[in-house]
Design a binder for this molecule. Structure first.
Ligand code: RP5
Length: 194
């Protein structure tokens, strides 16, 4: 059984490399990760750090990896195939351009896969969005918004999915919502704010 409330595994951005070897994970307490966050390139990290920040805030154990449906297909297939037996319960997959990572991962696991389209270098991320969202019937990818909002929401949605089984994460999301609502209401009249 996995604890619903324990500390997490995380990784330094500098350590983001491909490959299945877990040596690039900085384990804070050896707790089994519940969420796997994968991205097609280290260049996606500036966006995807927002998903990881949410997982850290909610103290959800997680792992973070760089792998590519095109550049490291064997590693991607192996990682996705072994995700369930390694204890993961939700996967977040981000890629840009011809963004097939989430779909390829989804093809090899029955765990829920959340796709985050990167804004990337062309077409403002519309290419990434369509590549991620247009899955054939039978292999779903729950696709979030393009870019930073999508990354944040992927972290929150992962917590909500986990919350069905782990009530502590549901309550963490509830508290986060309240905090955000309080912050909005505290803004008051924008004409009088600095
Ligand atoms: C995709 O290509 C990655 O997910 C990234 O968004 C994009 C560009 O990758 P780099 O050329 O910056 O490595 O596979």
């Amino acid at each position: 059984m996995h604890s619903a409330n324990g500390p997490r595994q995380t990784i330094d951005a500098e350590d983001l490399t491909g490959g299945l070897c877990p040596s690039n994970l900085r384990s804070m307490d050896n707790q089994t990760p519940l969420v796997g966050v994968v991205m097609g390139s280290k260049s996606d990290w500036e966006t995807m750090r927002r998903a990881v920040e949410i997982l850290e805030r909610f103290e959800i154990p997680h792992e973070v990896r760089v792998m590519s449906a095109h550049r490291t297909p064997e590693v991607t297939l192996e990682w996705a195939s072994s995700a369930e037996e390694r204890g993961l319960e939700v996967i977040i997959a981000a890629a840009g351009g011809a963004a097939h990572l989430a779909g390829v991962v989804a093809s090899k696991t029955v765990l829920p896969v959340l796709g985050v389209p990167m804004q990337a270098w062309s077409l403002d991320g519309l290419d990434s969005l369509l590549s991620t969202v247009q899955m054939p019937g039978g292999i779903p990818v729950g696709t979030l918004a393009i870019g930073k909002a999508g990354a944040t929401n992927a972290g929150i949605l992962a917590a909500q999915i986990l919350g069905v089984k782990h009530p502590a994460y549901r309550e963490a999301v509830r508290a986060y919502r309240k905090e955000r609502a309080d912050a909005v209401l505290a803004e008051g009249d924008p004409r009088t704010s600095d």
